[in-house]
Design a protein around this ligand. Structure first.
Ligand code: FMN
Length: 344
């Protein structure tokens, strides 16, 4: 039975963040249920990417489980991996509420959460209890009050605490909700950041652990190409594309004024699909297979995921579609994917 269908009307009548908190409270209870276990996924879904064996190409994108509180639940839903975070080195509250807005009629979410984070120490303590058999990525960011010049120190501080406890690390330089963060995507800022992170990875003896970079969809083709060249030359392990968009042009016309009225923030979900796909295709063309790419942004069906994999992505992640459709979506995508995976 799809319980989400029963609770969804209630959740969607509540303020979005209150609904999130209630869903997490219910999820925490469900995660304690002793019968909870990962579904047996068909071997055809398995993928070897980034040197890791994923039971499925489908993962949960960063931002939903920022504090790694519901890992057993995501595992039971059948996700092949979960990206926790964004985790900032020190705790911070994020932006004032309201900062999360849903538009179910368009499958659209607007958020300006601004990295609400319990901080790396608290999240690390939770990761020490992580369930076995689930691939977990740690998505890292910087604190709001840290100047851009001090960004590397923040990523390193978070990395020291989180990296030893996860399977891969993603550097988030693409959230639109931390002022200046996206400037770190410019080659002159990106090069020293990646160099510094790779040096720390080596110092910590984690050379074999994948280090990824998560990029924004709001970049010109030449900027994407520059990021690819810096990423490949640096020796990092792959890219995640994309984060949310600032581009209000993706919003269907009848909704645009209402979305505008909600103010600043990044857009995700169905309206991001075309833009994210174009950015991914551009990145994949520029990458020429030199590094793997994790697809994210506007994916919501097996066809979407299969399309991203057919384009050359190694893995795919979802967030917004899960909010609108609920946990049964994971199984639906898997069922839709199996014939395609068996065929290829
Ligand atoms: C409410 C919300 C919070 C998010 N927080 C983060 C975050 O902390 N770090 C991050 O890298 N991405 C974050 N994202 C972006 C998602 O990981 C994803 O890149 C984006 O939503 C596009 O995927 P989707 O269309 O499937 O939602 C957030 C997205 C939403 C909707």
């Amino acid at each position: 039975m799809d319980l989400y269908r029963l609770v969804r009307p209630l959740l969607f009548r509540m303020a979005p963040e209150a609904a999130h908190d209630l869903a997490f409270a219910l999820g925490a209870r469900a995660a304690e249920w002793p019968g909870l276990k990962a579904p047996d996924l068909p071997g055809a879904l398995a993928r070897h990417v980034l040197g890791l064996d994923f039971p499925s190409p489908l993962g949960l994108a960063a931002g939903l489980d920022k504090g790694a509180t519901l890992l057993p639940l995501w595992q039971a839903m059948g996700f092949g991996h979960v990206e926790i975070g964004t985790v900032t080195p020190r705790p911070q509250p994020g932006n004032p509420k309201p900062r999360l807005f849903r538009f179910p009629e368009a499958g659209l979410i607007l958020n300006r959460m601004g990295f609400n984070s319990e901080g790396a120490e608290v999240v690390a303590a939770r990761l020490r209890q992580r369930p076995p058999g689930l691939i977990v990525g740690g998505n890292l960011g910087k604190n709001k009050e840290t100047p851009e010049a001090g960004a590397l120190g923040d990523y390193q501080e978070a990395y020291r605490l989180i990296a030893p406890l996860v399977d891969y690390v993603a550097l988030n330089v693409s959230s639109p909700n931390t002022p200046g963060l996206r400037n770190l995507q410019a080659p002159e800022a990106l090069k020293p950041l990646l160099r510094g992170m790779l040096a720390l990875r080596k110092d910590m003896g984690l050379e074999r652990q994948p280090l990824l970079l998560k990029v924004a969809p709001d970049l010109a083709p030449e900027d994407l190409e520059a990021i690819v060249e810096v990423a490949v030359a640096s020796g990092i392990s792959g890219l995640i594309a994309t984060n949310t968009t600032l581009d209000r042009g993706v919003v269907p016309e009848p909704l645009r004024a209402r979305v505008e009225a909600m103010g600043a923030g990044g857009l995700s979900g169905l309206p991001l699909k075309t833009k994210a796909r174009e950015v991914r295709r551009h990145l994949l063309a520029a990458l020429r297979g030199r590094l793997p790419l994790v697809a994210c942004g506007g994916l919501g069906t097996a066809e979407d995921v299969q399309g991203a994999l057919a384009d050359g992505a190694g893995l795919a992640q979802i967030y917004s579609a899960l909010i609108f459709e609920g946990p049964a979506l994971v199984g639906r995508i898997h069922r839709g994917l199996v014939p395609a995976c068996v065929r290829t």
